[in-house]
Ligand binder design. Structure first.
Ligand code: ADP
Ligand code: MG
Ligand code: MG
Ligand code: MG
Length: 404
């Protein structure tokens, strides 16, 4: 008899069915459960359980002890607690944009949540060049609600420190410190650079000492700036969409970090969708429609974020000194400089580092792929080196249009 209540083990599909029958009171006793493991990520197991009688379904996400791609990465299954706890917080701050959570199990390191199988992962939808008119509105609302309410602008400072403690996430932060902030910027053996892109990387990235210095400064900012409870892995693979709804999943990298990290991450991933469209859509009208949509979405995310942040700030701020004239402008300028820097870092790391994105690797023509990747790297340098110059949506889209 399998026991789920003593020691952790990674479940099989059959175990997940037994788990649902014995540990959860979600399905009726006479349910006819079937289960499929549908995980496509690097770190975890995602079981979809369906009652074949009623079609009721749930998702069980279980954290494994090592990465699925390589057991070189040992990662604490405690990240599942973090993912569950932030889902609860996001569920309070912005319920329409996250799955409902039903159960958390600290022994099996799994979270049971709403099945979103009617949704599509945004990265996949972008690979077939679909567009979602409400995306910028939804994402900017999600970002403002999660990043402002968890900051010292709003939270009592003691309460916030308790929260910082609860979301200490050293192993997953280390992955980011290595893969985003360190390895892409020198000739690290773990990098995986496409042949056609390698000469540019050698000459323009690895040989650029001023770029290296800026990435070092940014790494120390990432290590030390506990500004807001961030998602930490806010790319297009962590966003589920339908025509009119948006849901954010997979916040296991969450911790108290710089608010601009999440905004920069999603903007960079929209840029990957942009360069994919530029290089792979043959019909010019279709191409400019799609790439125009991506640029508009980027611009709107920044501009609507600022607008909504300013509105919410005056409603929610509790810190007296934050109301001094000029402080809000200072705060937003700083946040947008962090955002720009992270756009650049994420662009570079997905081209050079260990975990590439399909938007680039799916470009089958070698010249086109190199063109797309080099465009990302040229833009990355501008975003990192000139990060103080970004304040409006247009500042971001201009760099993309000029380089890609
Ligand atoms: P990982 O941390 O391993 O990347 P994710 O949370 O991103 O795991 O989930 C991996 C995949 O599992 C998603 O891309 C999606 O296809 C599926 N998945 C995850 N959560 C759900 C959900 N709530 N409903 C439906 N499918 C899900
Ligand atoms: Mg994921
Ligand atoms: Mg995934
Ligand atoms: Mg994940």
């Amino acid at each position: 008899m399998t026991t789920f209540t003593e020691t952790y083990f990674t479940m099989t599909e059959a175990d997940a069915i037994t788990y649902a029958k014995t540990q959860l009171s979600i399905f009726p006793e006479d349910a006819m459960l079937s289960c499929e493991e549908i995980g496509d990520g690097n770190l975890n197991y995602v079981f979809r359980l369906v009652d074949r009688k009623t079609f009721q379904s749930v998702i069980i996400k279980q954290a494994g002890p090592v990465a699925r791609i390589s057991d070189e990465f040992k990662v604490s299954p405690d990240r599942n607690r973090i993912e569950h706890d932030i889902l609860k917080i996001q569920g309070q701050l912005t319920p329409e944009f996250v799955p409902e959570v039903y159960h958390y199990d600290p022994i099996m390191n799994c979270t049971v949540m709403e099945d979103l199988s009617d949704f599509t992962i945004l990265r996949k939808a972008f690979l077939s060049h679909q567009t979602f008119p409400n995306l910028a509105d939804h994402l900017s609302t999600f970002l403002v609600r999660t990043l402002l309410s968890t900051s010292d602008l709003v939270l009592g400072h003691k309460e916030k420190k308790d929260q910082v403690k609860a979301f200490i996430n050293p192993e997953l932060c280390e992955i980011t410190e290595d893969l985003v902030y360190t390895e892409p910027f020198y000739d690290c053996p773990r990098n995986e650079v496409f042949e056609g892109t390698l000469p540019f990387v050698r000459e323009e990235i690895w040989s650029d000492e001023s770029l290296a210095l800026e990435t070092a400064k940014l790494k120390f900012q990432f290590l030390t700036k506990a500004q807001s409870l961030i998602h930490g892995d806010f790319h297009t693979g962590s966003i589920f969409v339908t025509n009119d709804q948006t849901k954010v999943i997979d916040a296991e990298f969450a911790f108290y970090g710089q608010a601009g990290y999440d905004i920069g991450n999603i903007i960079a991933n929209l840029i990957f969708a942009f360069v994919n469209g530029e290089q792979t859509i043959e019909d010019p009208t279709e191409r400019s429609h799609y790439t125009g949509y991506i640029l508009t979405t980027i611009q709107q995310i920044i501009d609507q974020f600022k607008e909504k942040f300013i509105d919410a700030f005056y409603d929610q701020v509790t810190e007296r000194v934050a109301e001094y004239p000029g402080f809000l402008e200072f705060y937003l300028e700083d946040l947008l400089a962090d955002t720009a820097a992270v756009v650049g870092l994420e662009l570079a790391r997905r081209v050079i580092g260990l975990a590439p994105v399909q938007d680039l690797t799916d470009i089958t023509d070698a010249d086109k792929r190199a063109t797309a990747e080099i465009a990302c790297l040229k833009a990355a340098k501008v975003f990192i080196l000139n990060r103080q110059d970004f304040f409006h949506g247009e500042d971001f889209t201009r760099v993309i249009s000029e380089n890609a």
